[in-house]
Ligand binder design. Structure first.
Ligand code: NAD
Length: 346
């Protein structure tokens, strides 16, 4: 166990596979001696069912107090139904940067994917179409014949997110930042991002290289030659899509962590959703939430524990204990037990 003050963290077990991977993560962090003091709170569909709201007051109060959270996935209904709690939290607490590192953990001949990848995607987290108000407009006699979604981007936010990406690159010994946009078509909204991004990049000239890609070409090049990318910074919707694509290159959603960072608050999470198709079956891979905890350990100044955790995860996976999403047969509990054993043996 680690010396020092315990760090209060709001823990949201969430929906679907959330409670299973949260339990696994708690066990592993206890074995690691991570100094977190959990305050467990509800959100998402489970909260709606039990408390009548997807984002209860008690959860908000806990987040306001701790300013730090580990959050398992929350189910969001598609189309109609309540607004995404994830989007609400990002906006309410001004969590403007979404950091999604993806690194190869498993020999790729096992997965027939790509070796040696180490890409960090930084996604603008509070603007774009995710902040949009959706409207129906009438067309002929159909009152809902047209759907209108008005997204927006501000110069200030473009400046803040691209600066965040360059500062991240400097702090983590990275060489290059790629600005990903669609300024050829979305001339103003994506154009403002590109124009502002170029100005920010100029301030880092000689220290961090910068290049640009149109989002569709970027998607293709991520398949053909992903190792050309180092840090990617992009707007909300493009970042959402590309980060899932990148997680696919390194072994799938079960391995992809994310951090939502604001000026004085951070929420760490898995990139994946609540996986209703395998919920409650002891099949979920807890690695993404565990890697999110490693990011939280880094963020709170416990880099040595984060490295121990990451190394133990890599060793466990490379020895062949893997859940079904990685072609293995281990249950969530078996993988968790093997990981704890690796930690104890190390
Ligand atoms: P999903 O990520 O839940 O599932 C996609 C596929 O990946 C499924 O086949 C699932 O079984 C598999 N998968 C995902 N995580 C896995 C894991 N840890 N281990 C093994 N397999 C895993 O995406 P979806 O089905 O599109 O979305 C389901 C729900 O999750 C929706 O309500 C959606 O809104 C929500 N969602 C939440 C978040 C979040 O809270 N951050 C993110 C994405 C989706």
């Amino acid at each position: 166990p680690t010396a020092g003050q315990p760090i209060p963290v709001t823990l949201i077990p969430g929906d679907g596979i959330g409670p299973e991977i949260t339990q696994a993560t708690r066990k592993v962090l206890t074995a690691l001696g991570a100094p977190f003091l959990w305050d467990e709170q509800k959100a998402g569909a489970t909260a709606l069912e039990e408390e009548g709201t997807p984002l209860p007051e008690a959860t908000l109060r806990s987040l306001e107090r701790t300013r730090l959270a580990l959050k398992a996935p929350l189910a969001t209904p598609s189309g109609t139904g309540f607004r995404s709690v994830n989007v609400t939290l990002r906006q309410k607490f001004d969590l403007y940067a979404n950091i999604r590192p993806a690194r190869t953990l498993i020999p790729q001949e096992d997965l027939r994917r790509y070796d040696g990848l180490d890409i960090v995607l930084i996604r603008e987290n509070i603007e774009g179409y995710y902040a949009a108000r959706d409207y129906y407009l009438p067309q002929g006699d159909d009152p809902q014949g047209m759907a209108l979604s008005a997204g927006y981007t501000t110069r200030a936010e473009c400046e803040r997110i691209v600066t965040h990406a360059f500062e991240y690159a400097l702090a983590h010994g990275r060489k290059k930042v790629t600005l990903v946009h669609k300024a050829n078509i979305l001339k103003l909204m994506s154009g403002l991002f590109l124009e502002t991004g170029r100005k920010v990049a100029a301030r880092y000239e000689g220290r961090i290289a910068c290049d640009e890609r149109i989002v569709d070409a970027c998607a293709m090049q991520l398949c053909l030659n992903p190792s050309q990318f180092d840090v990617i910074v992009t707007t909300n919707l493009f970042g959402d899509i590309l980060s899932d694509q990148i997680s696919g290159l390194t072994g799938g959603l079960g391995l992809a962590p994310g951090a939502n960072i604001g000026e004085n608050m951070a929420i760490f999470e898995a990139v994946h959703g609540s996986a209703p198709d395998i919920a409650g079956q002891n099949k979920a891979n807890p690695t993404a939430l565990l890697l999110a905890s490693a990011l939280m350990l880094d963020h709170t100044g416990h880099e040595a524990l984060a490295t121990r955790l990451r190394n133990a995860i890599t060793t466990t996976l490379q020895k062949g204990t893997r859940t079904g999403d990685l072609g293995g047969t281990a249950t969530t509990e078996q993988f968790t037990a093997a990981l704890i054993k690796t930690l104890e043996d190390a």
